[in-house]
Ligand binder design. Structure first.
Ligand code: 13P
Ligand code: SF4
Length: 309
């Protein structure tokens, strides 16, 4: 087995040879985040994906994020360390079902969370991420009926925040966040009575009701770093610990185990490893390859989202 330093050197050499950029989501293991040119939430990574020089993007995240990067960079090579780095939300919304909905409800504006397949994106009017979902829904005229898909908890959170009655919400869920039980958060609060609670909006409503702050992965990190408090219970994937401990070394962060894995890790995100990252840069695969016509249709709702500031 190679020492970790050797694999890191191999990755750095390959990165230079390929003129590659490494983008990493906050849920990647620390060793991968250490090597990244940019670490971020899904909105920040979508923006980073189109602002660089070079020919290759090694996307250390899940497949739908890499597809978004490919749509924004049709002439660049986009690789993901593990082709099976999927997402339960993507699986929860099949494009055939969305097309059927659109036929039955032609008046609805389709707002899709970025955690969707490129085929679903191509059938959508505008995308959103957990960072800008409230803003995106508010940008749609009040009288216009909306379908929000596919995350039920984020959708219902947006509905509460916007007060929008004419919004239907799809029934998909994140296997990591939707399985955080409120009773385990209650127990964590008893164990750490001085801690504030930060939660991702994919968590169930009863968890969100106990949160002092609700936001995207990067927004949670920024809030914990800048808040005067010294102790936090963080209701999201524990990969965010990497940036939290680096940016706020004196503070304490507690994570709650969910009922899916009895941990707080995303099984899809964690499929990526340093070894697979090295191999993907060496072999330029697994590679995201999409039909030009599909990319063209998916680009419009992505660009509409990126234009909303
Ligand atoms: P963020 O946009 O907050 O990074 O969320 C992505 C995600 O997959 C959350 O589970
Ligand atoms: Fe998908 Fe949930 Fe994993 Fe995020 S944490 S990538 S929403 S399964």
């Amino acid at each position: 087995m190679l020492a970790i330093e050797t694999i890191v050197e191999e990755i750095q050499d390959l990165k230079r040879q390929r003129r590659a950029i490494i983008l990493a989501h906050h849920y990647q293991e620390s060793e991968i985040q250490e090597l990244a040119d940019s670490i971020g939430d899904s909105l920040e990574l979508a923006r980073s994906a189109r602002n660089f020089d070079g020919g290759v993007i090694a996307f250390c995240g899940v497949w739908f994020m890499a597809e978004t990067a490919k749509v924004l960079n049709p002439d660049r090579v986009v690789v993901v360390p593990d082709a099976d780095a999927g997402c339960s939300l993507v699986d929860a919304c099949r494009v055939e079902d969305l097309i059927r909905f659109k036929r039955a409800h032609p008046d609805h504006v389709i707002v899709s969370y970025i955690n969707t397949s490129v085929e679903v994106k191509a059938e959508s009017d505008i995308l959103c991420t957990s960072r800008n979902a409230v803003q995106i829904v508010n940008s749609i005229p009040a009288g216009q009926p909306v379908l929000f898909l596919p995350d039920i908890n984020l959708g219902n959170y947006v509905k509460r925040q916007t007060g929008r009655e004419n919004m239907k919400v799809w029934q998909g869920a994140c296997i990591v966040h939707a399985t955080f039980p409120a009773r385990r958060l209650v127990a964590a609060r008893s164990a750490h009575p001085g801690a504030l609670v930060a939660a991702h909006p994919e968590c169930p409503e009863d968890v969100l009701r106990m949160a002092d702050f609700i936001g995207s992965t990067s927004a949670i990190i920024d809030w914990c770093v800048h808040h005067d408090a010294a102790e936090f219970i963080v209701m999201t994937e524990s990969g965010v610990q990497h940036s939290l401990l680096r940016r706020a070394p004196g503070k304490q962060f507690h994570f709650v185990a969910n009922e899916n894995c009895n941990c707080s890790e995303c099984p899809y995100m964690r499929r990526n490893t340093l070894e697979k990252l090295r191999d993907s840069l060496r072999d330029l695969k697994p590679r995201v390859e999409l039909a030009p016509e599909l990319m063209e249709r998916a680009r419009q709702p992505i660009e509409r989202m990126l234009a909303v500031r």
